[in-house]
Design a protein around this ligand. Sequence first.
Ligand code: FE2
Length: 281
Amino acid sequence: MGQIVFAGAMSHVLDPDYYDRACGAAGRQKVTECMAEIARMGERLTAARPDALIVVADDHLNAFSFNAVPAICVRIGRDVQRMVQDHAEAFDKVLDHMPERYPLHEALAGEILERGLAADFDLAMSWEAPVDHAFLSPVNTLHGARPIPPLVPIWVNSFVAPQPTARRCFAFGRHLANVVRATPWRVGIIATGGLSHFPELSLPRVGETDTVFDRRLIHWMEAGEHEPLQALTADELHKAGEHEFLNWMVLLGAVSPARAAVRYFGELPRINLAAVEWSLA
Ligand SMILES: [Fe+2]
């Protein structure tokens, strides 16, 4: 029987130079500390010998466009390419030194899609979408020079209204756990993004965070209280700059009722950085 052998969630702009420019020396120091904790989490991930790593992140209108915005999309195929942009945002420039192609766990992705139909999840799929910093900054920070297991990238629409609900994302995470149990594989799962911040799409609020709201989310995750998290509304998430927490909701559904252990939480004017790991039975 398959099992989830590692679960972690973390911020996904992991670039000391970016934070130095955005927030000064404190920004560089805090993201460096956060990245060191994520690297330690990665050692535990590798020690758990995963056959596959599910990465739940959101699209920043990089992979998809207003041509089609899938609520939840699973990347299929044999491998996935790193996104290449001529005029990359600063936090996507950090991708330049990273490997260009990553193997995928095609069989696990196929199971998630096919069993999804039986579980009332009509998931989008893509053979072509590239992965950006939201996937590759955490994956490369976790692994350093060690081999990266085959990935299953999954996008959640956290930016374009109407987004899937927190409860729906949690239910999709339950589906992932059920699928893993029905396979022979050891699977790691990470969710990326957050915590509170406002992207350029919400320009007037760039530079704001909501530490009180972040700490409430962390309290519920540490206590394993997942009902109030599922009850979060789109309006609450939007007002607090927690749009990317939908990715974390998928992970919570996959590991519930496991409790979170905070490895790092750091306040910055631009974003509150976090790295969290779950204690799995
Ligand atoms: Fe993001």
